[in-house]
Design a protein around this ligand. Structure first.
Ligand code: LLP
Length: 420
């Protein structure tokens, strides 16, 4: 469910016709719907209503735009951050430091210190080594860091290899069979307050089974830890719930997820944290693009060349991901097309043989479900700038990220004097 619908034959974001945004802001442009974000936040919260005071920490990496974070902050969300930059954003959006968790295998000392000084709620330690380093830093600067140990449960999330994180060979967390020893050792560290276990096995999960499997292993570990006298008061179950990218695709609902979690964690007696990203922001955004021209192909359908490219929306090029592609003002005449961007590599292909409304130069179209891992993964490849982002709220909209033109990026570069 989202708030991008056709009215009078024109695709709208809430009450705003998309051509009005293209006119005012230009294309390509990411367009987010506040009502959709709020709806998903509410649905996710309600799905967890059987739990005692669950904390929801939005995975900032999915959509770090300040205005998006502000919408979610107003919904009571905290943040899951993976860099100093994301931490700065979460704080700037007004998220309470106590509701911020810090994940990631490569937190630098500067980032750890930044988070200690900000007084964040929890560090999700990804290794024993990180734990000792954090303990030293915390003691040196007069802090005590609340920590969870991230475990790698060796579960196959059955998602794309590049976004699977819970298999033994993945770089994340500590191996389950070593977790209890590591936890106990870190619990003796003066700079740390070891309080729980964290797990996240991957993203865009199409089935609850691997999650249930992983959570079951976490539950067993919690029991084991308590038996050896370790305190465990918290568990962070990560994110990962998938969303439909193709019309008609059916995925587990937040309600089904919540019911599974409630069942599996019934006896855990811990405070639970969740780190949803995609399921909150995914279909709350579209990438609005304009057709540059159509080009005949060697015998197949035409190449429809749009002004968005793999640098703006990387998922199709990186993961072979599908994004529905819809005309903003459909002609009703369907024909197959190859949808491509202007970038000079074949990977800059959004879709091959896609059945869609015939499009003429100048026509507008959207890539749907681009609100998560869209703008945030953009690059300036081919010296293209960064696209603008717009937030819609009812019949109003605002530019929430300026377009950064290619010459502004070039402005940060220098030719040294000795080369001039
Ligand atoms: N927590 C941790 C520790 C994570 O690493 C992630 C995502 C999340 C939470 C949020 O997962 P979600 O609920 O969004 O599935 N760029 C890829 C996705 C990478 C996800 C990385 N980690 C894509 O475009 O599909």
């Amino acid at each position: 469910m989202d708030h991008f619908t056709y009215r009078g034959g024109i695709l709208h974001a809430e009450d705003v016709p998309l051509p009005a945004i293209a006119e005012a802001v230009g294309t390509p442009v990411y367009v987010y719907s506040r009502a959709t974000l709020e709806r998903h936040a509410r649905v996710f919260r309600e799905a967890l209503s059987a739990l005692d005071n669950p904390q929801i920490a939005f995975a900032v990496k999915a959509n770090p735009n300040l205005a998006v974070l502000k919408v979610l902050q107003k919904q009571g969300f905290g943040a899951d951050v993976v860099s100093g930059g994301e931490l700065t954003r979460a704080l700037a959006a007004g998220m309470a430091p106590g509701k911020i968790v810090f994940s990631g295998v490569g937190k630098t000392h500067a980032e750890l210190l930044q988070a200690l000084e900000a007084g964040i709620g929890q560090f999700n330690l990804e290794s024993e080594e990180e734990g000792y380093e954090l303990s030293l830093l915390a003691q040196r600067h007069g802090h005590r860091a609340a920590c969870a140990l991230r475990v790698n449960p060796d579960v196959d999330a059955r998602t794309h290899d590049k976004i699977s994180t819970g298999k033994r060979e993945n770089k994340f967390g500590v191996p389950l069979d070593r977790a209890a020893d590591i936890y106990a050792a870190l619990a003796d560290e003066a700079g740390l307050e070891m309080r729980g276990i964290a797990v996240h096995i991957g993203s865009q999960l199409a089935s609850l089974e691997p999650l249930e499997d992983a959570f079951g292993r976490v539950g067993a570990l919690i029991g084991q830890l308590r038996k050896r006298g370790c305190a465990v008061t918290h568990a962070d179950l990560g994110g990962g719930l998938g969303v439909p990218y193709k019309a008609g695709e059916v995925l587990p609902t937040p309600a089904e997820y919540g019911a599974m979690v409630a069942r599996v964690t019934r006896d855990w007696n811990v405070a639970l944290t969740f780190e949803p990203g995609r399921v909150i922001a995914g279909n709350a955004g579209v990438l609005l693009t304009r057709v540059i021209r159509s080009k005949r192909s060697a015998g197949g359908p035409p190449f429809v060349i749009v002004d968005a490219a793999m640098n703006d929306l990387a998922r199709p090029a990186l993961y072979g991901a599908w994004h529905d592609f819809d005309a903003v003002e459909p002609s009703g005449e369907l024909a197959p097309a190859h949808i491509v961007g202007p970038i000079c590599e074949t990977g800059d292909t959004f879709a091959m043989d896609r059945m869609c409304d015939t499009l003429a130069p100048g026509d507008l179209a959207v890539f749907r479900t681009a609100g998560a891992y869209g703008a945030t993964m953009a690059s300036s490849y081919n010296s293209r700038g960064f696209v603008a982002e717009v937030l819609v709220d009812g019949d109003q909209f605002a530019v929430v990220a300026d377009r950064i033109p290619a010459d502004a990026i070039m402005g940060a570069e220098r030719v040294p004097e000795w080369l001039a």
